[in-house]
Write a protein that binds this ligand. Structure first.
Ligand code: ADP
Ligand code: TRP
Length: 331
């Protein structure tokens, strides 16, 4: 039997290059050798997105992003989290096996608490239970499909470790393997794509290069990348430049070597470095962007694909739930 690869993306805003190289591309590569299940984590997005129209749109955008990037729904089970009620049943069951202290240690929750403390607010301000218990729902997403590997960027590794802890505590309680214990699959070279300001590219930092922005806008965004004050003449170290880090993702090996030499030789300013980056980014993204626009122009077909995916996913989800209910004595 083939191993199972699973990952999800929250529809909380525009997909960006970090999502593409950190999650989508490695996941699509894994789909060639694994049985793949990829989904839109729409209930995870509900924690922060309360505008129905906006959420409705971003769900379709992220789905179209996967398809435009090459996901083949005949090969990959592709669905919305919210279409699989068994995920939420498993979430409720896993709650009983999740230590509150484990949730206290989650990075996202700790960051929110610290942020409140720094502002002098009540430490619980603006934190809903969805955020606090986020890792349990994520564990349910993963465990429901007996996933072996979860392709994600580095920032999600802690969540996968928590899913391991939770599955192991279930298995330890019943003295047998009721639930599969998943592993994270992080690609070292794309684990942390830098954003415009050099920090991790993230929607929450407002430093993204969106995947599906028109050419003109893409160029403008790339021109906004922060640089140091080195003059045109000065030789530059490509390994210390986030422009070059991004360039490497899109360039052919020969292009990479040639441009690294130009950096080191001096005589090339940051403006030129950004132009070179724009050229390779646009070359790669233009065809994906065209497919994305076509998919977004036909939402009923997109919704049909997601519905068919959910129909394929549910029987698998039901069998995991039945196995767990039986082990728990709730059958
Ligand atoms: P964001 O940080 O923009 O909110 P998400 O948390 O929705 O992004 O991430 C979706 C997927 O993309 C996850 O697997 C995450 O690890 C990956 N990812 C996001 N940003 C990056 C990045 N800068 N580098 C590598 N992977 C990333
Ligand atoms: N937490 C992930 C993120 O922020 C999204 C996600 C939800 C996920 N459920 C998942 C990723 C299950 C992998 C597996 O990006």
């Amino acid at each position: 039997m083939k191993k199972i690869s699973l990952t999800g993306i929250k529809p909380t805003g525009d997909l960006h290059i970090g999502n593409y190289f950190g999650a989508i591309k490695p996941a699509l590569e894994l789909a060639n050798e694994y049985d793949a299940r990829y989904f839109i984590a729409d209930y995870h997005a509900l924690n922060t997105m309360k505008d129905p129209k906006e959420l409705n749109t971003t769900i379709r955008q992220v789905a179209a992003g996967w398809l435009a990037s090459g996901l083949d729904p005949e090969k990959v089970i592709f669905y919305r989290q919210s279409s699989i009620p068994e995920v939420f049943e498993l979430n409720a069951m896993l709650m009983a096996f999740t230590a509150k202290g484990l949730m206290n240690r989650a990075h996202a929750y700790k960051a929110a608490v610290q942020d409140n403390a720094e502002k002098g607010d009540d430490t619980d301000a603006g934190i809903n239970m969805g955020l606090f218990t986020y890792p349990v729902l994520m564990a349910a997403d993963i465990i429901i499909f007996d996933s072996d590997v979860v392709p994600v960027g580095k920032d999600q590794v802690q969540h996968i470790e928590m899913a391991q802890d939770i599955a192991q505590s279930v298995n330890a309680n019943y003295g047998k393997q009721v639930l599969k214990v998943p592993q994270a699959a992080v690609q070292e070279n794309t684990a942390l794509i830098p954003g415009l300001d050099g920090r991790k590219m993230s929607k929450s930092y407002g430093n993204i290069i969106p995947l599906f922005t028109p050419e003109k806008q893409l160029r403008k965004t790339i021109m906004r990348i922060t640089t140091n004050s080195q003059t045109v003449e000065e030789p530059k170290n490509p390994d210390e430049s986030q422009i070059f880090q991004l360039y490497k993702l899109f360039a052919e090996p020969q292009e990479e070597t040639d441009l690294a030499n130009r950096y080191r030789a001096g005589g090339m300013g940051w403006g030129d470095a950004k132009e070179e980056l724009f050229r390779v980014v646009d070359r790669t993204l233009a065809p994906i962007r065209r497919r994305y626009d076509e998919i977004m122009a036909d939402i009923p077909s997109l919704d049909k694909i997601l519905k068919q995916g959910a129909e394929k996913a549910r029987p698998i989800a039901q069998s995991t739930i039945n196995r767990f209910r039986k082990a728990a004595g709730v059958d």
